[in-house]
Write a protein that binds this ligand. Structure first.
Ligand code: HEM
Length: 435
């Protein structure tokens, strides 16, 4: 990673004050990605800056002095009409929202030339600074008057097109190195930038499939769990237990084995411990939920929202996939009963490559629960139980799991798990204090 000694966290603070939202998001993202000190990202920083030189008083002074502008590789340039020069500089690295640009700008006049290189773009609201090196001197070279922003999904930093100003100190240095007449600091052109941020599979330490590419889901986000309507809504803390899908447990158990995440218990079938036997089901970690013990006078059946944290990771490095299902919420709500969960996948087109296409976590309606003819059994007092509620995969769940996209040699050729695929039935038990 390119280092610029001028760009320390301390010197950044004033500029960052108006830029906290981007910085906070990026610090979280970069920390989460382990980029601050960890291994290189699977997909590195991309994009870069586009500069147009040739308008404003400083550009006029350069023209008057017959100063020619070109790029330093790996930057590229092209001349356009009216003496304008377009320069493209690639982004090479990023740290705490400050990104470096490769190559540089060469100013030449007759047989003399001077280059500005090692650019660090320090984003700040309204006016960002680009520091760099002219000869051996590190100094602020340009400012850009526009307000950079990053999107909520941490994909990119965008610097909208803004006026590019050559700093007075840099202008003086260029003037003296070129032996030119007066070149004042001031407007020299315009700049825009789009820098795509590095990313990595967040589970790489547990499941060795790196993220070469990233695809964002088009699946609709799950509707929020309902507000319970009964007269006696109780707070509950009941951990859901669910097997998800027995055949998937069996398939993955022959490889890296399903892994319980964040305190989730992997429950074996009864009998002597046997690693060859797949898990029976998983008990997630209970989180506050609600139960409405409605009676016939309300016109509503019993309702419940059973929240949880934790998750299950299906990792199969030999076949090149990881599927993580986490934070399931079981909603008992008549015909709208369902299981909502976060689904995060990384699927490889070539299992030997160790890299895949990562689809970041999305909260979806994973399963539809059919409570038809299944009454709530309310004994002993303080316990409500629905036994073996049939569960089927929803269309959103099927899309989120991406198993109909699998087209890898050796894998079954047909769509694995289309909408309507039977999942494990779920037994829901709610307990609440009585008396
Ligand atoms: C992105 C890659 C892959 C994904 C997401 C994937 C996923 C799955 C899933 C979900 C099943 C059905 C499990 C069930 O019975 O419920 C399955 C079955 C199977 N897969 Fe894969 N698979 C992938 C790659 C591969 C590869 C590369 C091979 C072979 C080299 C393979 C071989 C098989 C076989 C033979 C079965 C059926 C037999 C069984 O259930 O064990 N898969 N796969």
């Amino acid at each position: 990673m390119q280092q610029n000694p001028k760009v320390s966290t301390g010197s950044l603070r004033p500029g960052i004050r108006g830029f906290t939202s981007i910085l906070a998001l990026l610090v979280i993202a970069l920390g989460w990605l382990g980029l601050a000190s960890g291994p290189a990202a699977a997909a590195g920083v991309g994009g870069g800056a586009e500069i147009t030189f040739g308008y404003g008083p400083t550009a006029k002074a350069l023209m008057k002095n017959k100063v020619k502008i070109t790029s330093v590789a790996p930057g590229t340039h092209s001349a356009s009409s009216g003496g304008r020069v377009g320069v493209e500089l690639p982004a090479t690295s990023i740290s705490e929202a400050v990104f470096q640009l490769g190559g540089g700008i060469q100013f030449s006049r007759g047989s003399r030339s001077v280059s500005a290189t090692n650019f660090s773009f320090i984003p700040s609201l309204r006016s960002s600074t680009i520091t760099g090196r002219i000869g051996t001197r590190e100094l602020p070279i340009f400012t850009v008057s526009s307000s950079p922003f990053s999107d909520s999904e941490q994909v990119a930093i965008t610097v909208p097109f803004g006026r590019l100003t050559l700093a007075a100190g840099a202008a003086r240095l260029i003037q003296s190195r070129l032996g030119a007449g007066r070149i004042p600091g001031g407007t020299i052109g315009g700049l825009s930038a789009l820098v795509t941020l590095p990313f990595e599979d967040p589970s790489l330490d547990v499941c060795a499939i790196s993220a070469a590419t990233r695809t964002f889901s088009q699946v609709p986000v799950a509707a929020a769990a309902p507000d319970l309507v009964g007269p006696s809504v109780l707070d509950i803390n009941s951990a859901p237990t669910w097997g998800i899908k027995a055949s998937l447990n069996g398939y993955v158990n022959a490889f890296n084995r399903p892994v319980g995440l964040g305190g989730t218990t992997v429950n074996p079938f009864p009998g002597p411990p046997n690693p060859a036997s797949p898990p029976r089901n998983y008990t997630f970690v209970s989180a506050p939920g609600e139960y409405a013990a409605n009676d016939s006078s309300t016109g509503y059946d019993d309702q419940a929202v059973i929240n949880s944290t934790g998750g299950v990771m299906y990792c199969n490095t030999a076949h090149g996939f990881r599927i993580t299902i986490s934070e399931p919420t079981v909603v008992i709500d008549g015909s709208a009963s369902r299981i909502i969960a976060n689904v995060d996948t990384n699927l490889s087109a070539n299992p030997l490559s160790g890299v895949g296409d990562w689809m970041p976590s999305q909260r979806v309606n994973l399963a539809r629960l059919d409570l038809t003819g299944l009454p709530a059994v309310e004994t002993p007092p303080g316990t409500v139980k629905w036994t073996a509620i049939p569960a089927v995969l929803t269309e959103e769940g099927s899309d989120a799991l991406r198993l109909c996209e699998v087209n890898v040699p050796g894998a079954p050729p047909n769509c694995l798990y289309p909408a309507g695929t039977a999942l494990d039935p779920i037994t829901v038990t709610i307990t609440y204090p009585v008396g």
